[in-house]
Design a protein around this ligand. Structure first.
Ligand SMILES: [Zn+2]
Length: 273
């Protein structure tokens, strides 16, 4: 028994590189099958796995912490390399993250703004002309970018303007009346906007529905081009299975929970085998 173990160990030591290479190749050649299998395993044992990770959270994060401490330089190097190779994708991911987590980000910004309100207000007042000039210049220089942003964020913009409208109804309608009187051609544009709005994908979901999805996930990310993995409930973000930009509805049926990392690498791709 001992002998066999020893010789096995020796064999591994002597052929380490070959073995690792073979394993990697196997994983690469059978990626889909492996993913499917582990996805099924995670699906069938979600509760067990979630509970295990929950119970061993401390231990697991301790292992990670230790590894990061001991390999700081290596990690830094890998990170820089990865960033250089994936610049485009990363900025795309950031964009998507901001889109999907706008509530969280907004909350943070709002808090910051509230805490520094007076300062902001004073700055704007003191620099009114300057700000207006900078904004005008920016719009002129980034016409295409702005157009694209509007197209990509149709839903977001619509949501925001809806909310703004609800909060400022009186002011807006008074403004609009005055504007319509001065610009009769504006009515044409209004009708056009109404028509295009109809073509939007639509759909809504409730906080309750998301909570239910979370409860069922047990802190496990389904993974994008990799195995499902436990990240903990707090790290799960909302992903549209069919992206809004590709016509997906903003419905609970079109929503899954992925960790930030998987969500980002999915980008605006549609799940496909
Ligand atoms: Zn993930």
């Amino acid at each position: 028994m001992e002998d066999r173990r020893e010789s096995k160990k020796k064999y591994y030591q002597d052929n380490k590189e070959k073995i690792i290479k073979n394993r990697r190749k196997y994983r690469q050649d059978n990626r889909e099958a492996i993913r499917e299998k582990s996805q099924k395993y995670y699906q069938d044992n979600k509760e067990k796995i979630g509970k295990y990770y929950q119970a061993n959270k401390e231990k697991i994060s301790e292992v990670g912490r230790k590894y990061r401490q001991e390999n700081r330089e290596k990690i830094k190097e890998v990170k820089i390399k990865h960033y250089q190779a994936n610049k485009e994708k990363i900025s795309e991911v950031g964009r998507k993250y901001r889109q999907e987590n706008r509530e969280i980000i907004k909350g943070k910004n709002k808090r910051y703004y509230q805490e520094n309100k007076e300062k902001f207000k004073k700055y704007r007042q003191d620099n009114k002309e300057k700000i207006r000039e900078v904004e005008r210049k920016y719009r002129q220089e980034n016409k295409e970018k702005i157009k694209k942003y509007r197209q990509d964020n149709k839903d977001k913009i619509r949501e925001e303007s809806k909310r703004y409208y609800q909060n400022n109804k009186e002011k807006i309608s008074e403004c609009g009346r005055r504007y319509d009187q001065a610009h009769p051609e504006h009515i044409k544009r209004k009708n056009h906007l109404r028509r295009t709005r109809k073509q939007d994908n639509g759909g809504t979901y409730t906080i309750k529905e998301i909570q239910k999805l979370r409860d069922q996930a047990w802190g496990i990310c389904l993974g994008w081009k990799k195995k499902p993995h436990w990240v903990g409930d707090g790290k799960l973000t909302i992903d549209h299975i069919i992206p809004i930009s590709k016509g997906g509805r903003n419905d609970i049926q079109n929503i899954q929970l992925l960790c930030g990392r998987c969500n980002s690498s999915k980008g605006n791709k549609i799940y496909s085998k």
